[in-house]
Every structure is written in C-alpha cells, then in structure tokens.
Write a protein that binds this ligand. Structure first.
Ligand code: SF4
Length: 379
C-alpha cells in the first residue's frame, strides 16, 4: 500500500509540534513534567492503571531491557496479549532494503523474534533511508515516512516540506531539534503511524514507552501518564478524527534492579548489547556513547569508526562538539574486554539466532553491562 503526500496536516501540524517542545520527550506526550499538573488527565505518578479502560495497548519496543520489562508488566497485570501490539522504530530506514549504519546489525531480527516468542504482532516504522539519509540531506526535502500495518506497508511523502540541509551528525541535547535523531527517526514516524490508520479512530489506546526516572534528570521529571501528543479527544470538543490515546510510562518508577528482576522472572535472555558490556541497548553508534564505548567499537567493529570518521571529514564537523574527532576519542582509552563469544558472534550477524528465553536447563545470569555507568544511550 502506498500513499504520497496525503496528509499535509501531519507535516504542518503534527510533526512541528515536537519542534516547539524544547524539553525532552521521547515518544510524543507534550504534556511533560508537572508535579501537580493542572490537566486532570496527567498524573506524575501512575504505576498502576485500570487497563479495562483500553481497547488496545501499543508497546514501543526498542529491544532493550526497559521496553521488554514494560511488556512483561503489562502481561503480569493481566492485559490480554491479543490486544497488544509491539511497535519498533528502525533508525536505519527500511529494515529489509537499507544498509545498517547506526544500529546493531541484529536489532530488527531480534525484535521480530522477540515478538514471535511472545505471540504478539510487531509493526515497524521508519524514515526512509534512515539516519544516514536524513544526515546527508542537502537542500532537499525530507525522505518519506513508512510504517507497517496489518494491511501492509504505508509510505507517506513529505513533498510539502521545505528543502533543508543537515550534513552533520545529530547532537547531544535535551532539545529534539538538535538531537534530531530521536525526533526524525522515532517520534515522527510513530506519530504518523498513529494519525494515519483509521483503525485507531474511536478506540481507547494505551501507548507504552520504557523511560525510567533513574536514568537521567530529564527523565526524573517526566509524568507517568498523560494524553499522547496526537490524542484529539482531550484537545478538541468535537474532533473530526476522534483518537483517545494515553501515553503511559509503566516502568518509569522502577530501578534498574527491578527491571533485571523482571527479565530474570520471565527468563528472558539479556539482549546482546548488555552481554557485550553496554549499559543501554540503544543505537550501537549512539551520539551519547562515551569514549570507552567508542574504543570498544573501534576494537571489535573498526569499520564503524572509519565510517563516522569519513563523514566527519566530509562535513568538517565532528560527531561530538568537544572538538575531538572520533579517532581521538576511540583511541583515548581502553576498550571493554568482551568475553561472551556467543554474543560477540551474534553482533556480526543480521539474523538473530540466539534463544529469546533462557532454556530450562540453564541458569539466568546478569549480563556484564548491567549497572554500568558508561554512557551509551540517550538521556
Ligand atoms: S539511541 Fe542515541 S543515536 Fe539513536 S536515536 Fe537515540 S539518541 Fe539518537
């Protein structure tokens, strides 16, 4: 299924709304951070919720421990899996046709296999050509958004956008216009997947994301329940397209220990990035990566550092604004020692072939990256 430029409203209203919001908000709730919110639909603390109010729960699934724990909590609360969908934002574009640049090779396959193991459908969304295509934009309009639906893939053109130029890496910032990877590659495609499927009209939807307050000070201030940015029922008396969507961060209050306990209780094999020593399962080349993480990438996957270095030369701007280039950073310290050979071999393969659940005759063990303080993911 293909649509081009069908929704001018998305490009002129839905997507720019996030640009106006300079605070950090990963998946679309713009009613961020109010200890005593004036809006009765916003709750700063909301660890539990009456789930019978909702027709559908969408779990934004990165493939990391927190979003997996969010799914497990939902199931533990008795929400039927027949009413759950997993959504994955693929940062490198079309998972079957575009090259992997920023993400882990296996991340798309891992999410597919995880969804299959739980018996829950997975739908991906992406910006065509992914992070690389957006970064190389040069006096041109943005690439279309695409998303999977039960009826096939929908592609939405962006012909009404003004031409623009990036030619630099996204930057570490709480602002999603500077840290454009989060907004352009994750928030925007997911918002358009919500606003361009009539199956959501007239439904009460719960949109679950996996931020935790303990991860960073911006996340510490997030509200736990709020109307989603593309909810229309709370924003208009007579919406033409009635969408009731609550954004619920159902692991926001949990500690890292709580999250690992959930994965252990469910016997979920710790995802590969943690087994390699990463404390977060984000993009492999995440712009928040510490020098030590870059040193590890340089040790085991040197071609990734070469790719970044080549773009730094082309752009005349380094990936970090510290002034140090990626080689200087990657050679300034020692790499992690990776001793999990099985996880290391998986990191070279696109198809995920390891077990999703730890087999009954094996002991569940905490991965090396658990409780790491080494920066490797968004704040
Ligand atoms: S994980 Fe890092 S690089 Fe990837 S989208 Fe988030 S902030 Fe950007």
């Amino acid at each position: 299924m293909k649509m081009t430029n069908t929704d001018h409203y998305d490009d002129s209203v839905v997507i720019p709304s996030i640009r106006r919001n300079v605070q950090l908000d990963i998946f679309g709730s713009d009613s961020l951070i109010a200890l005593e919110p004036a809006d009765p639909h916003v709750r700063f603390d909301c660890p539990d919720l009456d789930l019978s109010d909702y027709d559908l729960a969408i779990v934004s699934m990165s493939g990391g421990k927190d979003s997996i724990a969010g799914l497990c909590r939902l199931l533990e609360m008795g929400y039927p899996k027949e009413k759950i969908e997993l959504w994955h934002n693929h940062v490198d574009g079309d998972p079957l046709n575009d090259d992997i640049f920023f993400d882990w090779n296996f991340m798309y396959s891992y999410n597919k296999k995880l969804a299959e193991a739980f018996g829950i459908p997975l739908y991906c969304s992406w910006l065509n050509k992914g992070l690389r295509g957006e970064m190389l934009k040069h006096n041109s309009i943005p690439h279309p958004h695409s998303f999977e639906t039960p009826a096939g893939i929908i592609e939405l053109g962006r012909e009404t956008c003004k031409p623009g130029t990036r030619r630099k890496f996204p930057q570490q910032s709480g602002s999603l216009s500077t840290r454009w990877c989060s907004s352009s590659l994750k928030v925007d495609p997911a918002k358009r997947a919500l606003t361009n499927q009539d199956r959501f009209l007239g439904q009460r939807i719960l949109f679950i994301t996996g931020e935790r307050r303990a991860e960073s000070s911006p996340r510490a201030k997030m509200s736990q329940l709020a109307p989603h940015a593309v909810d229309t029922e709370r924003k208009s008396k007579n919406p033409k397209k009635p969408r009731y969507i609550d954004s619920w961060r159902n692991v926001l209050h949990l500690t890292e220990e709580d999250v690992w306990q959930i994965l252990s209780d469910w016997r979920i094999t710790p995802p590969v990035p943690y087994r390699l020593g990463w404390g977060r399962s984000s993009c492999k080349l995440c712009i928040f990566s510490s020098d030590r993480v870059l040193a590890t990438i340089n040790e085991y996957w040197p071609e990734k550092i070469l790719e970044v270095a080549d773009y730094e030369d082309q752009f005349g701007v380094t990936i970090a604004r510290s002034g140090k280039n990626v080689f200087e950073r990657a050679t300034s310290t020692t790499p992690f020692i990776i001793d999990d050979e099985e996880a290391l071999q998986q990191s070279f393969r696109k198809e995920y072939t390891l077990p999703i659940f730890v087999p009954d005759d094996k002991i569940w063990t905490l991965p090396k990256g658990a409780f790491s303080t080494e920066s490797s993911g968004a704040i």
